[in-house]
Write a new protein. Sequence first.
Length: 218
Amino acid sequence: MNQHDHRAQYREAPEPEEGTRATPKIVLAWIAILIVWGVGYYTWQIGKPMLGGDSRSAVAAVQQEPGPADDAGASGSASSESPDSGGGTAAAKADGAAIYSAQCSACHQANGQGVPGAFPPLASSEWLLADAAIPVAIVHDGLQGEIQVAGNTFQGVMPKFGGTLSDAELAAVLSYARSEWGNSAGEIDPATVTEHKERFGDRGDWSAEELKEVFGEP
Ligand code: HEC
């Protein structure tokens, strides 16, 4: 190194440096809040049904609305207006219809006729129209093996819906199917589904034979 080099170095300005000011605390706090909120919201949503995107299941949404309307009907001119109770029933049916088209119609078809040789009909099915305990058992726990429905033999696998549908949804979809396509069996009460769960717990599929043994001929 000679003198000239030194002089040149002294003449130059120092290399510019990045400012070392820290990120403002308020910004860090915001980032932390957003992360906590995001993760929290995600965890909170885990396991919730995604129907409708607002975390309400179809049944919950329907059940909230008729409540006050029913009260109003009951306290008003209840005796002259039979649609009072009919209002609730219509709502339950609409809801059962939605669940049916989402969960059952792929196999049993929108018209309840099933697919010959593959999926049994629900229209005029002795199993569906039998004592409520039988259809509840089938849909809650699933069914497989040979079964005679309306004079035809089927052998397939019906998935269980116990984990997928709530008691109220299960009752609603069965009540709907029991009153559609010329069917006219009584509504099914969600309590029947609850009783079924208490009696049989978390069991596997039924077969037609087992159903007959436990509940009698449909
Ligand atoms: C993946 C296709 C599939 C879906 C979805 C399905 N089922 Fe089934 N279901 C079947 C099959 C197959 C059988 C006959 C099982 C057998 O052969 O033992 C059956 C049988 C039945 C039976 C008794 C026989 C009859 O025809 O009445 C009922 C009642 C029934 N299903 C109701 C329902 C309801 C209600 C839903 C919707 C919540 C539903 N199923 C969804 C395939 C399906």
